[in-house]
Every structure is written in structure tokens, then in C-alpha cells.
Design a protein around this ligand. Structure first.
Ligand code: GLN
Length: 312
């Protein structure tokens, strides 16, 4: 690893600058009005090795909201709270091939059950499965879990983005009420949505994402202390969903071009990992038509090719 991290440190800034121009053909998300303020051409990356060595380049200090990246961890928490059987009674295990916020397939196979926990319908369902006596307590448990995984007690909610999404989230509301009508969501729909909007609005930087990813890369163990933070089986499930559904309807192409488990968010973040070795956090807010960071995906393609990181 010391040889490889040396190469990475030497070349990372060049790879970032070679990828940054790709942002030009992307668009910053604007359906959540607050996200439209994101810096279009920002691109940053942080890599953290299991040994504790790290490499960073570009705008890696920018803070951004986790958005759909948080879905990986709410899934894990729901599994820890309820077990596999219970969770998969409410959400499926299959990719959709549709956009992340699509309602199309909610009426198709297995009526009313979302296809997987990485699309909005699935993630909203997952939010309803996390234990807590109030929406505040459920959110607090999610935040505390992310703080432990990131090794950063300062993680918190970006109130502006939260308010912005909550005020304009009509499509997510429709999805949630539809799920309620079908008996998939239990509890108060607005409470569930509040938890969902809040956990999507948790702010992090590339290094926070890299640390969270490294826990997954280490099979659920704290990379510093060796303490088990997540049961191995649930890490396995999360990494599988990242591989099959993590980049939405571009997951197949990403598996071919990069070949690593990853999860993107509409703010332009990508969390990725090299099993047993690296946790990776990327930020590049200009998105392609599938809702993934345009320059960020390019950067991961370059790195994976150069270092022969594909798992396949
Ligand atoms: N909060 C966002 C939404 O529900 C998350 C979507 C995303 O990151 N793709 O629309």
C-alpha cells in the first residue's frame, strides 16, 4: 500500500484537473432550489487506506449534503434494527433501470413494494423502519451512527437544504402517500418524510465519506480500533446494493467502467470503496443526465483504470 499511496499522492491532483473540465457538460441539481447554489466546477477527492494513510486533491474541503449517499447507512441501520427478513418484506432487491425518483414501477411487480432501498421509494420505506419514539429520535440515531462511521462528531444537518427540500418535495410526498395507501409505510407519512429529508441533508466533506466508506471496505470494522461497528452480513448487503443500484440507472455502466461498489447523491457526492483497502469520497456537483457527478464519475474511471481497481 505504501508504494501505491505514493503513486496516488503524486498523480491525484493531475487526475482531478484532467477530470474537472467534464463538469462543463453537466448541470447542478436545481429541483431542490438550495442545491442550485453549489459551485459548478468544484471537484475534490479524498482516499483513506486501511493503514490510516490518506491522499486528497482538488476541492476536498468543500462541505455538501449527503443526499442519496445516506441511503446506504439508513439501510444498514434498518437491518440492524429489524433483521433481514423484516426489511425485505417491505423493499425488494432488484435494480429498476428507472430514475431515482421514479414512481413508474411502484404499481408493477410485487404491488406497491419498492424495487430496492437505493431509489427514493425504497429509502423512504427504510426511513419508516428505523426505531425511535419520535421522528427527532429516529433522525438523531441516524446522525449518531454516521458520526461514529465518519469518526467526526461535528456532522450535522444543513438546515437550508433541509428546508428547501421539505418545502418543494412534492414528488417524494406523492411517493410516500402512495406507499402509505398500499400499506408499505406504517406510521405518520409526514414524520417519515421529515426523517428522510433530514438524513438526506446531513453535511459532510470528502474525508468524512472516505472514512464511512473505509468502514464498509473493512467489512464493518472500525479501521483504527478493530471494533465491530456493523455486522458483516449487513455490510455485504449494502455493498451489493451499491454495486447493482448505487449509481441509479447508470449502475451497469459504472460497474463496467469503474468496477467498485459506490453510491452517489444528487448534491454531487460519490462514496466508493476498494474492498479491504480504500474508502473514497468524491465531490463534483455538476451532474450527468442520470443524476451522477459528471466529473466525479470520470475521475473514478481514470483512477480505477490506472490502478487496476475493478473488482471484476
Ligand atoms: N433528497 C434527494 C431526493 O429525495 C435525494 C436524491 C438523490 O440524491 N438522488 O430527491
Amino acid at each position: 500500500p505504501s508504494y501505491e499511496i505514493g503513486t496516488i499522492r503524486e498523480r491525484l491532483a493531475n487526475w482531478v484537473e484532467a477530470s474537472r473540465p467534464y463538469a462543463a457538460s453537466g448541470c447542478v441539481a436545481s429541483y431542490i432550489p438550495e442545491l442550485a447554489k453549489s459551485p459548478h466546477h468544484a471537484l475534490g477527492i479524498s482516499l483513506l487506506h486501511a493503514s490510516g494513510e490518506s491522499a486528497t486533491a482538488g476541492d476536498c474541503g468543500n462541505r455538501f449534503t449527503m443526499q442519496s449517499i445516506s441511503k446506504v447507512f439508513t439501510l444498514i441501520l434498518a437491518l440492524m434494527d429489524n433483521g433481514e427478513e423484516e426489511v425485505f418484506r417491505k423493499v425488494g432487491m432488484e435494480p429498476t433501470g428507472d430514475n431515482f425518483n421514479s414512481m413508474l414501477k411502484l404499481e408493477l411487480v410485487r404491488p406497491g413494494i419498492p424495487f430496492n432501498p437505493m431509489i427514493n421509494a425504497g429509502a423512504i420505506t427504510i426511513s419508516s423502519l428505523i426505531r425511535g419514539s419520535s421522528p427527532e429520535e429516529v433522525y438523531r440515531r441516524i446522525l449518531d451512527f454516521l458520526r461514529v462511521l465518519a469518526g467526526n462528531q461535528r456532522l450535522s444537518c444543513d438546515e437550508e437544504v433541509y428546508r428547501s427540500e421539505s418545502e418543494t418535495g412534492n414528488l417524494n410526498r406523492s411517493i410516500a402517500y402512495f406507499l402509505k395507501q398500499n400499506g408499505v409505510l406504517s406510521g405518520n407519512v409526514e414524520d417519515v418524510l421529515d426523517v428522510y429529508f433530514r438524513h438526506c441533508s446531513i453535511q459532510a466533506d470528502c474525508s468524512d465519506l472516505a472514512r464511512m466508506a473505509l468502514v464498509l471496505a473493512c467489512g464493518g470494522l472500525d479501521p483504527q480500533t478493530g471494533t465491530r461497528l456493523i455486522p458483516r452480513r449487513y455490510v455485504q448487503i449494502a455493498k451489493t446494493f451499491m454495486t447493482t443500484c448505487g449509481m441509479y440507472n447508470a449502475s451497469g455502466e459504472f460497474a463496467i467502467q469503474v468496477g467498485l461498489p459506490a453510491k452517489s447523491g444528487v448534491s454531487g457526492g460519490i462514496l466508493a470503496l476498494v474492498p479491504g483497502q480504500y474508502g473514497i469520497g468524491v465531490f463534483g456537483p455538476a451532474l450527468n443526465d442520470k443524476g451522477n457527478s459528471q466529473a466525479g464519475v470520470h475521475l473514478l474511471e481514470v483512477i480505477s483504470r490506472e490502478l487496476d481497481w475493478s473488482m471484476f
